[in-house]
Design a protein around this ligand. Structure first.
Ligand code: ADP
Ligand code: MG
Length: 311
């Protein structure tokens, strides 16, 4: 791309090229007209894209350019984790705001590399432009399925247990800008036992559980007392918005929500995932919709928004 190039674009690309980690599946990365990927034999290629826009998804401050770059890749990696895919390569397309500091683009890409490094994946290409608008950063990631195949939203079955990683709620206080996507955990879980359905929690537990229920055409009962509440959700709790409502409705937890047959769920719960608790929070049933069981045994309808209606 030649028009609207940012000052120093070629320096940036040269630097990225020198510093790139090369995943063995990436035959050719930055430096040609297209990257070449060769996934392992018999594996499927998974591709996800997510765009972040300054002013809509974040502002500077509180985010730093490096945090924005890190988050832009991390949210994409969370999508690959949700399918139990191994990350191979990222492609980063930026519309850089003219007139920011000379280091802005560099710091942004530094953040992308921060997020990529732990997974040995390549930054294999992208496009760099400048304009008079705010920052837009769009990341595309490619991953490969493991030998056990990808996990979709559509596979939940009546009788399944519902499990969730980590603790939920209050992410916007900081977690959203610093989380490590659950890639390793997803691969470890997938190796230990078959999972029927999985999604990453970006819209909030209630909304994302409904995505699984819609795609799988099943119903669910969540146990209110078992939902893991983050310390931040508890700190922010008020009478109008208790910690449980935050855990159900706040977005950007980037934890994994999955279903598995009861004996497989027991196998998953017995795993030791370093720094990542796994909790059984409910069950899948025939039918449609989602209910929340209170500690006294009463049931309330759980809306997508995380709101509860008395039945
Ligand atoms: P072309 O004009 O053929 O599209 P470019 O000059 O846009 O090539 O890009 C040169 C190389 O640098 C390509 O391999 C491209 O994928 C890579 N690239 C450009 N911008 C970025 C970026 N922001 N991050 C990573 N790679 C990039
Ligand atoms: Mg070209």
């Amino acid at each position: 791309m030649a028009d609207g190039q940012a000052p120093g674009e070629f320096d940036l690309i040269r630097l990225l090229r020198e510093r790139q980690v090369v995943h063995p599946a990436v035959r050719l990365g930055i430096g040609d007209d297209a990257a070449i990927l060769s996934p392992a034999a018999g594996r499927e290629l998974l591709i996800a894209a997510d765009m972040l826009m300054e002013g809509t998804h974040f502002t500077f401050p509180p985010l730093t350019p490096r945090e924005a770059g890190r988050k832009a890749l991390a949210v994409n990696l969370s999508d690959l984790a949700a399918m139990a895919a191994e990350p191979l390569a990222a492609f980063v397309t930026v519309a850089l705001p003219r007139g920011r500091s000379a280091n802005f683009a560099l710091e942004l890409h530094e953040g992308v590399l921060d997020a990529a490094r732990p997974f040995g994946m390549s930054l294999a290409g992208g496009d760099t432009n400048a304009w008079d608008g705010p920052l837009v950063i769009s990341v595309t990631v490619c991953g490969q399925s493991t030998a056990a195949g990808p996990v979709c939203r559509s596979g939940a079955l009546p009788g399944d247990r519902i499990l969730v990683t980590g603790a939920l709620g209050g992410s916007l206080a900081g977690h959203h800008a610093s989380f490590t996507p659950r890639v390793r955990e997803a691969l470890q879980l997938h190796q230990a036992a078959p999972m029927h359905a999985m999604i990453d929690i970006s819209d909030g537990l209630a909304a994302d559980l409904h995505h699984i229920l819609d795609e799988s055409q099943v119903a669910a009962v969540l146990e209110a007392a078992r939902i893991p509440l983050s310390p931040e959700a508890q700190r922010q709790a008020t009478a109008e918005k208790p910690a449980l409502v935050r855990a159900l409705s706040d977005g950007e937890d980037f934890e994994l929500l999955l279903t598995a047959a009861p004996d497989d769920a027991a196998r998953l719960l017995a795993l030791d995932l370093p720094g990542c608790p796994l909790t059984d929070i409910g069950s899948i049933h025939a039918g449609s919709g989602c209910q929340l069981r209170q500690p006294d045994g009463s049931l309330t309808a759980l809306e997508r928004s995380g709101w509860q209606h008395q039945l």
